[in-house]
Structures are given as C-alpha cells and as structure tokens.
Design a protein around this ligand. Structure first.
Ligand SMILES: Cc1cc2nc3c(=O)[nH]c(=O)nc-3n(C[C@H](O)[C@H](O)[C@H](O)COP(=O)(O)OP(=O)(O)OC[C@H]3O[C@@H](n4cnc5c(N)ncnc54)[C@H](O)[C@@H]3O)c2cc1C
Length: 306
C-alpha cells in the first residue's frame, strides 16, 4: 500500500516540488546520487576503482518528451565516456542508460540510433553499455532495440526483472554466449496479470532466473542487495563451475556499501550502479518505495523541518 503511494508520488510534479524544496532532501540525495556533473561522476569512478569496485553510471533523466532533451542525454553519455577514457578509468566503469531518456516514448527508432552512438563511443573507450529496463509496456521494445544493437556490439547488456512472469523464459532465451544480463527484482508498480506481487514469488522467480542464466553461456550480473539471493548466486555459480570472473554482483550506490566491499574482498566482481545528474527525483522515490522504513524517516523529517 505505502509502496504504491510512493510510486504514485514518484510521478507527481507537485510532490517533486515539495520534496525538492525540503532541506532534508539534500542529505538523502547525497547518499544515493553521486553528484550533478561529469566531473563528480568521474571522481566517484576513481574512488570506487581505488577500492576495487567496478561502476556503471546512470545519467538521470526520465520522461523525455523532446528530441532536444534526448540529444542532451546522449551528449552527456558521450562526454562521460570520453572523460572516463581520458582518465584511464574505462576498464573499471561502464554506463547504464534508460531508452526512455533517449526518446523511446515518442520515436523508438531515434532512441535506437542514440543508444547505438553511445555503444560506439563505449567500444571506442574500451567499455560497455547496459540498457535499464523500465515498466512492462516497454519490455518488448527495449529487448528489440538491444537485439539490434548487439548485432554490432554483442557485449551490449540489458536488464531482466524477476517480478515479471515472462522473465524465466526471457532468461533462458537470452543466456547465449556474450550476452550480458543484469537480473534485478524490478522497481515499478506492475499489474498482477504480468507480474508476481508477493515477495516470496518474486524471490523464487529470481532464483529460477539465476539458474537459467548461470546454466547458459552468457555473463550474469546479479543486481540485488538481498543477502539470501547473494548467497544463492555464489552457490549457483559454484554449481555451474563458473569462476569469479564469469559473473558479477551489482548493487546501488549508497546501499549496503560494506557488503559491496566484503564481496570484492572475497574476490568477486562487484559493480556499483551510480546515478548522477540533477533529475534525481524519480530515482530517489523508487529507492524510497523499496524500503518504506526510509520513507517514514524521510516523511517525518519533511514534516518537522523547515
Ligand atoms: C545494479 C542495479 C540495477 C538496477 N536496475 C534496475 C532496472 O533497470 N529496472 C528496475 O526495474 N529495477 C532496477 N533495479 C532495482 C531493483 O529492481 C530493486 O528494486 C532493488 O534492487 C531492490 O531489490 P533487492 O533485490 O535489493 O531486494 P530487497 O528485497 O528490496 O532488499 C533486500 C535488502 O537490501 C537492502 N535494501 C534494499 N533496498 C534498499 C534501499 N532502498 N535502501 C536501503 N537498503 C535497501 C535491505 O537490507 C533489504 O533488506 C536495479 C538494482 C540494482 C542493484
């Protein structure tokens, strides 16, 4: 119930103004978002690399409604990739993008073209790109675009969400050689017709998908903070004779940082998903929805602080 309210607030311009104006927001944003500029993102890449952590950068921006906005997002990715290359960090950092931020909602073909340009720049810098997955109405479109880009850049990755009923089949279909698949639970409000609703069902689906990906020939990227699923991931990797470099764990910037270091210290590849940019509102609210305890704390601060 609370999760639905928060996810609805994530799409409200009015709430965005209220939350954006609250002083308490600043410290919360700082915890989950790396900064607003390319230079701040590069600084975080350097810091993570010094701790043995890989990174993937998400330039925040959703609900893109004009080609100019989509071009600006593409240009920022190109700037970031050039900066990572210039700083010698591209072996430790890749980028994650939302096709909706590149124009998928109003011109699918142009979002493909922009994502292809970013993939070209990433290959030039010696790194990779992963396309995020948004709500279920975009899944087929996103997988279609990913498939086309993979003809030129086989390492172009994408995300599957275990809350979707279709994902076990998608995991099997996409577990082919070189296929980089980030498996997460899913962060959007989805109807029962297409998505499991109970945590236990989403978790069980996650495990079935881990099995499918680990059994295949692709490169699984297990994106979860859930301690049980991390342990199951380690166990499944062993079962399928995968070395630590044949898969990776991924976690969000600011969430379970000690666990990120612990896993890296044990020799696993750990990649931190680092959002940056000034359009942090929708991202922050989805993180709140995942953990209503965070939201209660935040709501109380909003109510009590000027
Ligand atoms: C690298 C990465 C990429 C992602 N990309 C996408 C995507 O493209 N599309 C999409 O729909 N979703 C994406 N997600 C979000 C994902 O779908 C989940 O909503 C999110 O990861 C929470 O699920 P969980 O597996 O961590 O498990 P949960 O059951 O939510 O959490 C397990 C434990 O992790 C900790 N934890 C989890 N969330 C928080 C939080 N917000 N604050 C503090 N502690 C927390 C708590 O200890 C909690 O008990 C991504 C997640 C990651 C890590």
């Amino acid at each position: 119930m609370l999760r639905s309210v928060i996810l609805a607030a994530a799409r409200s311009k009015k709430m965005e103004r209220v939350v954006g104006a609250a002083p308490v927001t600043r410290s919360l944003v700082k915890r989950f978002v790396a900064g607003e500029t390319t230079a701040e993102a590069v600084a975080v890449a350097r810091e993570l690399a010094s701790q043995g952590l890989l990174a993937t950068f998400d330039y925040l921006g959703e609900d893109t409604t004009s080609p100019e906005q989509a071009d600006a997002t593409r240009d920022e990715y190109l700037r970031l990739l050039a900066a990572l290359k210039a700083e010698g960090l591209s072996h430790m950092a890749e980028v994650s993008l939302k096709l909706s931020a590149l124009g998928q909602m109003f011109d699918e073909e142009s979002s493909y073209a922009r994502a292809h340009e970013i993939a070209t720049a990433a290959a030039d810098a010696g790194t990779t790109v992963t396309a995020d997955m948004e709500d279920h109405t975009t899944t087929d479109s996103t997988l279609g675009i990913v498939e086309r880009i993979r003809r030129d850049f086989p390492e172009f990755g994408t995300v599957l969400q275990s809350y979707l009923r279709r994902t076990e089949d998608d995991s099997k279909a996409l577990a082919y050689k070189d296929s980089r698949i980030r498996l997460c639970k899913g962060a959007y409000k989805e109807p029962e017709t297409v998505a499991f609703q109970r945590k236990i069902d989403i978790d069980r689906s996650y495990v079935r998908c881990v099995n499918a990906l680990m059994a295949g020939e692709g490169y699984p990227m297990l994106a979860t903070h859930d301690p049980r699923l991390v342990e199951i991931g380690i166990d499944r990797a062993r079962w399928y004779d995968r070395e630590p470099q044949d898969f990776e764990f991924q976690m969000l910037y600011g969430i379970r940082p000690q666990e990120q270091l612990r896993l890296a210290g044990e020799g696993y590849r750990v990649r931190v998903y680092v959002p940056y940019g000034d359009q942090w509102y929708g991202y922050l609210m989805r993180r709140m929805a995942e953990r209503p305890a965070n939201m209660m704390f935040f709501a109380r601060s909003l109510a009590t602080k000027k």
